[in-house]
Ligand binder design. Sequence first.
Ligand code: N1C
Length: 286
Amino acid sequence: RLWHQPLKHREWNGTGSTAHFQDIFLGRCYIYTQLVQPEFRPYHMQHTFETKLLIFTSHVLSLRDRDCKKIEEAFRNAFISKDPCEVTEEDYHPLMELASQTVPCDKTVFWSRTKELAHQYTWVRQEMFTLENTLLGYVADGLTWCGDSGSSEMNYQSCPDWRKDCKNNSVTVFWKVLSKMFAENACGMVQVVLNGSLSNAFSKDSTFGGVEVHNLHPEKVHTLQAWVMHDIGKSPSDSCSGSSIMDLKSIMSKRNIKFTCQDNYRPVKFLQCVRNPEDSSCSLRT
Ligand code: N1C
């Protein structure tokens, strides 16, 4: 027999909030602000003096004294005690103001359906940033969270599913706001890693195609470089000459941003080859 009846939350079709959400969020925030900084990286991964200075001034300095408890509170306030299907972009604005962060010009990396590979790339090229290499992207990556209009607790039983329940849920709205800000803040030359093993490497329905592309500022971003990567062992389905990339090219030309595209960009291909050294496409002669 249950002595403490659990609070009855509304039932949704998606998995519930990640267990120990608050602890994970706070722990990750402290790891990011206290440990994931260039000075703490192994010597061989340290930056040249210039990039280091750039990152230090624009990126790290602004984070050192960020109060993780305040950030966690602002995060909770965005969705707690609310219907998880009626979360608005404005709900997350106080959080965005508190934890905003800038990435140096030429160092932004977007991705679509290539998450792991894009992250391996920025892990090796430590001066580059995906959204998950910024504080808020880092703390929220892979987590699920939602509240309930009838309670000040998080719902650990279920959260809205994007397809079956609603689009404006706490998780989806968060990534939308954050991705938008990430794109708005980008400058110089920006890169995107796309998946050429899908029939459409570029999709207007993705966060990259639906949000980021439209929030790049042409006054700040002069070029978008796309890398279309084919998974080793799968047959290529799309490439720089395919129609989905042509769509992206025409969107960029209308937006007055120069566009370049390359299939199997070598620095990223090398990362795939580390995992598949025996593949014929990884031999020195190709
Ligand atoms: O829809 P996508 O890819 O094109 O989104 C990726 C794109 C990247 O450039 C990021 O800057 O949008 C940003 N982004 C994230 O960083 C991110 N981390 C985790 C968008 N979504 C992110 N997630 C979750 O993955 C989120 O729940 C969202 O719905 C998916 C999108 O992944 P995708 O379809 O591969």
